[in-house]
Every structure is written in structure tokens, then in C-alpha cells.
Write a protein that binds this ligand. Structure first.
Ligand SMILES: Cc1cc2nc3c(=O)[nH]c(=O)nc-3n(C[C@H](O)[C@H](O)[C@H](O)COP(=O)(O)OP(=O)(O)OC[C@H]3O[C@@H](n4cnc5c(N)ncnc54)[C@H](O)[C@@H]3O)c2cc1C
Length: 439
């Protein structure tokens, strides 16, 4: 705390050290508990600017906390906890102004009375900050694109403590970088999104047993390939790892349309003999979102993720093979295409716009498993991941240059590094998927 005594004087009562509940809450993220020097809870943009400027002047690295659902706990420096920046205001023009520390469930609840929604993620508690800066793959991705594709303006506190309003006209390169470049460019205190109509939804789930996974994978691919943008879905292949959670494929689906049309579209899946349960009904967008599990289960998730350019039979066989191996394995396939694919690869920092689906493959191991088991789990995921492009940082627990090189094609990464050099040459914001400044 001693390095931060100036900050305690500048913002009395807002800087919290070890032993306080504010420190404990600020250092805890979904994936674990870090050991930062202190946590500051600013109430105003000026206080954020003061915290950034003072930390930067002392060479103290800064981490930002929005919803705390990140996967990278921090063990150094100052955490700026945006818990006081949770407001959401819906304008008459469908624009919604969202504090940098708000959560997506609050955004969905505020938009619902207006018949509007924003495709964000699957979970209410996830923070707007982390999810949006990393891209944001949500329920309505084929209709609305990523969360960043609906972003129109950002209020940003830079490493020098300057407050910028950033949009397509003002600081356009920074606006480009913020859409997918994660928290590398400063503290976002406010996002402005353009919401879209999200009423008239039907959806729910279809559960299958594990007797014929290849047929489920092919039928799902065909349904989503020929389906309209209004049809969105995620197919999970679940291992039997919790009581009451049956093993086998689980389809989560939503359609902006009527129930009869949904049944028609899903017919190739619903007619499979391995279907064990179907639950489809009208649903509000906010009710599609789930509450987050209380924390990460005490298991190691070993594998990775990527964007699948082509759900060929070869790719589906590799995905089915990863699921069928001896190690309990969880697979998530989310259909992309639609509006996601109409955005040019260089319009934002998320470049893999030709992907047909997003894939996560994770072997689940006890945290104390032997190194050979970890190696086997990783190798078993490799064949499926080899047919993907890139990595989606928001779902990656790995840090370092290798992940960054996978997250961005070379030209995108160089462009991000140039923006980083302008805004944060000292790399104060490095407690993240770090983009180093161009030399
Ligand atoms: C249960 C669960 C479900 C998820 N579901 C989805 C999903 O459906 N779709 C999807 O795309 N992702 C999903 N994710 C991944 C999620 O997008 C990332 O974990 C994201 O980083 C969480 O954001 P957060 O603000 O809650 O986390 P935090 O831990 O608060 O922040 C994560 C990182 O984002 C940066 N950051 C956050 N806010 C700001 C800000 N205002 N200014 C500057 N930098 C900031 C910081 O660098 C920080 O390190 C899920 C994660 C979990 C744990």
C-alpha cells in the first residue's frame, strides 16, 4: 500500500488493502483469487483518471475489474474495481448507455420494457467491460453480430489520465482497437450500444442421449447451415460429471419467430431417436440468460477454443472423437454466420468472420492430476482444434505471446500494437491478454 499512499490521500476511503472485504471482492475473479497490492473503487471518471495517473506515474501495473467473470486473476499492482459504474440508461433512439462496471443481466432487464435486446453472452452476471472489449458472443449473434458490432461510443480513461470520447469519427483507430483488443488501451467508464428489437422469441432446449453423437452433430450442422439468421443455437456435448446433468448432446436454441416455425426448422434434430427431452416455448430475451455457476468447479479444464471455418464431416468427426475419448470431455459448438459473418474481418479486432461456428473443447481433470494426464487431455483436444482458426481470448485461460499470436492474425496484431504504442507506451495496462506496444 505504501506506493499507493498518494492515491489514498487523493481519494480518501476508496483504496482498500488486504484484510478488507472490498479488497477480497476486487481481487476475486471467476477463475480464482489474485494477490494485487490494493483495490480502488472510484466513484467518478475523475477518480478513475486520478487512480490511473498516480499508478502509472509510480510504474504500478493496473488491472480493471468490471463483472469479475474474467479468467485471469492478477497478482500485482492496482485493481480498479468499477463496481460504482453499474448504471444503465436507455435512450429514446434505442441507444443504451452502460457503465463500465455493469453486468449484462441488468442491461437485458433495462432493455426488456422497450422490446429491445443486445446480444451479449449467456450469463447475467458476466460484466459488460470484459465481455464487450473481448468481442462478446451471445444468444443473438447471428442476428446482431458480436456485442462489439453494436457498440457506437466509448468513454475511455487512458494511461496518461486523459478522458477521451471515442467513436467512429473521434479517434477511429482507438475505436477499432477497443472492439476486440481487450482491456489494453485504458479504462472504459462508459459504453454506448445500439440495441435492436428482441421481442417475439421462442426457444428452449432439446436433450439427447449419447448413443449417436455423430448424427446429432451432422443434423445440427445442416439445420444451422440452412436456417435463417433469426435461428440461434449452441450445442453442448456434456460428459456425465454432475448428478442431475445427463451425459450427451444438449441443444440450447432461440428463434425470433413462432413456435411452429421453430419445430419445422429443428425437425431433422427432433426426429432423431436419441432425443430424450424437448422443452420449447415462448421466451423473453432476458430469460434466455442464466445465472453463473457459483465458481469454477474444482477441475482443470484442459483444451482450448477456436473458430471453425467449415463444419465439414471431417471436422465433425474430429469433434465427436474428442468427446468420445476416455477423459471426460465437454464440447461447446455455437453457430455463427449471419450478421457475425457480414462484418468485414478488418472492421474490428475480431477477424475470424468467415467462421461457421465457435468451438470449445475441454478435457475435465482433477486439479491434482498427473502431468501425463494433462498431456493426454491436451493431445486429445488437438485434432478437433487443428481444424479451427484463431482463439477467442474471452474463453482462454492461457496468457502470453503464443495466445496473443493465435487471437489475432499478424496484420491485426500489428495494428493493435501501434494503437497500444500511442495510448499506453509504458504498458501500464498489462494484466490482461497483453498487447505489447509497437517498438
Ligand atoms: C460463467 C461465464 C459465462 C461466460 N459466457 C460467455 C458468453 O456467453 N459469451 C462470451 O463472449 N463470453 C463469455 N464468457 C467469457 C467472458 O466474456 C470473459 O470472461 C470476460 O472477460 C468477463 O468479463 P468481466 O467484466 O465479467 O470480467 P472481469 O474479470 O471484470 O474483467 C476481465 C478483463 O476485462 C478487462 N476489463 C473489464 N472491464 C473493463 C473496463 N471497463 N475497461 C477496461 N478493461 C476492462 C480487464 O482487462 C480484465 O482483465 C463467460 C465467462 C464466464 C465465467
Amino acid at each position: 500500500m505504501s506506493r499507493l499512499s498518494d492515491l489514498s490521500e487523493r481519494i480518501p476511503g476508496r483504496v482498500h488493502g488486504p484484510g478488507s472485504p472490498e479488497y477480497d471482492s476486487g481481487r476475486t475473479v471467476f477463475a480464482g483469487v489474485g494477490e494485487p497490492e490494493a483495490v480502488v473503487r472510484p466513484r467518478t471518471v475523475d477518480e478513475v483518471a486520478a487512480a490511473v495517473a498516480l499508478a502509472a506515474a509510480s510504474g504500478i501495473p493496473i488491472a480493471v475489474r468490471s463483472g469479475g467473470h474474467g479468467l485471469l486473476p492478477v497478482d500485482d499492482g492496482l485493481v480498479i474495481d468499477l463496481v460504482e459504474f453499474g448504471s444503465v440508461e436507455v435512450g429514446a433512439d434505442g441507444r443504451v448507455s452502460v457503465g463500465g462496471g455493469a453486468r449484462w443481466g441488468v442491461v437485458a432487464a433495462a432493455l426488456a420494457p422497450h422490446g429491445l435486446g443486445l446480444s451479449s453472452g449467456d450469463t447475467r452476471d458476466v460484466g459488460v467491460g470484459g465481455l464487450a472489449l473481448g468481442g462478446g458472443i451471445g444468444w443473438l449473434v447471428r442476428q446482431q453480430g458480436l456485442a462489439i458490432d453494436r457498440l457506437r461510443e466509448v468513454e475511455l480513461v487512458t494511461a496518461s489520465g486523459e478522458v477521451l470520447t471515442v467513436d467512429a469519427e473521434r479517434h477511429p483507430e482507438v475505436f477499432w482497437a477497443l472492439r476486440g483488443g481487450n482491456g489494453n488501451f485504458g479504462v472504459v467508464t462508459r459504453f454506448v450500444f445500439e440495441a435492436a428489437p428482441a421481442g417475439g422469441l421462442v426457444g428452449g432446449s432439446v436433450q439427447f442421449d449419447a448413443s449417436d453423437v455423430p448424427s446429432v452433430l451432422r443434423a445440427w450442422r445442416d439445420v444451422m447451415r440452412s436456417g435463417p439468421d433469426e435461428l440461434n443455437s449452441t450445442l453442448m456435448l456434456m460428459p456425465a460429471f454432475a448428478p442431475g446433468m445427463p451425459a450427451g448432446p444438449h441443444l440450447g436454441v432461440a428463434l425470433q419467430g413462432d413456435l411452429e416455425h421453430l419445430h419445422e426448422l429443428l425437425q431433422p434434430l427432433l426426429s432423431l431417436p436419441s432425443v430424450t427431452e424437448t422443452s420449447l416455448a415462448p421466451v423473453a430475451y432476458g430469460d434466455l440468460l442464466e445465472d453463473a455457476p457459483p465458481g469454477r468447479p474444482p477441475l482443470a479444464f484442459v483444451g482450448g477454443n477456436g473458430f471453425v471455418p467449415d463444419l465439414s464431416d471431417e471436422a465433425l468427426d474430429a469433434i465427436g472423437g474428442a468427446y468420445a475419448r476416455d477423459i471426460p470431455t465437454m464440447v461447446m459448438l455455437r453457430a455463427l454466420g449471419g450478421e457475425f459473418g457480414r462484418v468485414s474481418p478488418d472492421a474490428t479486432a475480431i477477424a475470424f468472420r468467415d467462421a461457421e461456428a465457435f468451438l470449445i473443447v475441454n478435457g475435465l481433470l482433477p486439479a491434482d492430476a498427473a502431468p501425463e494426464q494433462f498431456a493426454a487431455a491436451r493431445t486429445g483436444s488437438d485434432a478437433a482444434l487443428a481444424l479451427t482458426d484463431g482463439v477467442y481470448g474471452n474463453f482462454s485461460v492461457d496468457r502470453g505471446e503464443q495466445v496473443i499470436a493465435a487471437m489475432y492474425p499478424p496484420a491485426t496484431l500489428e495494428r493493435l500494437r501501434r494503437v497500444k504504442a500511442q495510448l499506453d507506451p509504458g504498458n501500464v495496462f498489462r494484466q490482461n491478454h497483453n498487447i505489447t506496444p509497437a517498438g
